[in-house]
Design a protein around this ligand. Sequence first.
Ligand code: VGL
Ligand code: ZN
Length: 190
Amino acid sequence: MKDKLKTGDALVVVDVQNDFCPGGALAVTDGDTVVPVLNGWIEAAEATGIPVVASRDWHPEDHCSFADRDGPWPRHCVRETPGAAFHPELALPHDAIIVSKGRDRERDNYSAFDDTGLADRLHGLGVHRLFIGGLAQDVCVKATVIDACDAGFEAHLIRNATRAVDVSPGDGERALEAMRAAGARIDDAA
Ligand code: VGL
Ligand code: ZN
């Protein structure tokens, strides 16, 4: 699929951050295996001259989603800390569009489109088709893909470039169904 990239497309890399990779605070099993796959897509995107977006979870240290505030998650991706940094091998272009989310201490944002202005920004760049991968398949990738559909983009999930956190067994599979139901395409081939 990545050889089919063309003007009007953009690549969206969701939350490929240390805390979501093995050894991190909210590790996704095999989360780091998405990095070389996404690097291939980034290379293709740069060769085509299309925008590359990278979202990051960017929480204040007392964020409402953290367990010490009765939220659902362990403390993770505290802004400006090593856990919130992108995976060191993720080869983002210098002009990547960085989207920081989850910045409000009283509110969580799973989607890269939630309160970030990203949809307007991409529409303004003439983008109508998105290829999306990253972490986690059943949380922020799912929310981003569904919002992309709702915002009028043709959204493609790069299936081999995402992994699920699977808090409950089957969450990853159910997320695929939810994305399909929202109108997304699930692309199996690299
Ligand atoms: C995420 C759990 C909490 C994600 C973010 O990026 O998928 N998951 N915050
Ligand atoms: Zn978070």
